[in-house]
Design a protein around this ligand. Sequence first.
Ligand SMILES: Cc1ncc(COP(=O)(O)O)c(C=O)c1O
Length: 389
Amino acid sequence: MGEKNLDFDRVVDRRGTECLKYDFAVKRGRPKDILPLWVADMDFPTSSYVQEALIRQAEHGIFGYSDGQEAYFRALQGWLVRRHQWQIEEEWVLRTPGVVFAIAMAVQAFTREGEAVLIQQPVYYPFSEVIRDNGRRVVSSDLVLREGRYEIDFENFEETILREHVKLFLLCSPHNPVGRVWTREELRTLGQICRRHGVIVFSDEIHSDFVFRGKHLVFSSVEEGFEDFSIVATAPSKTFNLAGLQISNIIVQNPDLRHRLRRKIDCAGYSQPNVMGLVASRAAYEKGEEWFDHLLEYLRENLDFTREFVRQYLPDVKLIEPEGTYLVWLDFRGKGLTDAQLNEAIVYQAGLWLDSGEIFGKTGSGFQRINIACPRSVLGEALERLKRI
Ligand SMILES: Cc1ncc(COP(=O)(O)O)c(C=O)c1O
């Protein structure tokens, strides 16, 4: 029958579906009719193969305890080989209800209260929330913006590890919100520094399928031996828009690290995944490739559209060119507004709900993150509204 959900221009009304993006504006202090381009999910229906697999499961009508079997693993393994040339083994995989949950478990497994966990701000804000919520200290080696591109200050990175006695580093690869797809050289240097100082690397690769320039490299396979001190987090949730189904695959090659992480997951009382998540992921990884390839092309065009719009109509705004992810980091510092003034203007003048840059860390001040994974007509309307600021 073939893939049916390839019309990414179609606007699907998400209101009234319990979705965070559209249904929680008032509860979260925004006007009711605000146009939301904040949280990182997409306004597109997933692959029709995934929908059909879920319908079959729903029609069966029994939703008892379930777990992933060999076919589930083969589907995941096939995807990682085809898309990332990475061959995994079944025993390396731990399943969790999400990547952020896995980060929290890793923070508990590999650090003690009061210890430092290293991040690179501006970065996906739950990193710092989870570190703080677990009584650990957030330490950032901030990325440096040079000629429109964010880079790593390796000297500062290493000094920070030494000064703060860092044991765990949370890498965001590709990086949300600045859109970097780290090069082999960058990852190698990071890994060598971490290895030298006994730092465990949690590599959050949830955005790894969304790459427009360069090539995503799985951290543990960048150099022989990196697998000994790394944890790689993957998920179908961004790739196939399945975040609400709560499933991710955390891949840990080193048996000792895997055992320690599994112990924490056990302590949290989590055992088997949600059956709908299992069914959806398997279908997605087995049959969703055509849908995803079309999606990626559509997102690339959305990015071209956004870049051109900003260049032509928003002279005080700079677009930081993303190499990956469907999130675009916009630099509003040319407007000369404080964060409070900028946020006020975005919400009340433009009628838009974006993610304000400063929540990603203090170096995010003056920026906003916009999610371009929506039909072009919606994106066009949002960008038009930015002219009002
Ligand atoms: C870098 C990054 N990690 C993790 C997540 C969320 O993962 P999960 O829903 O699996 O906890 C997101 C979602 O935006 C993200 O951007």
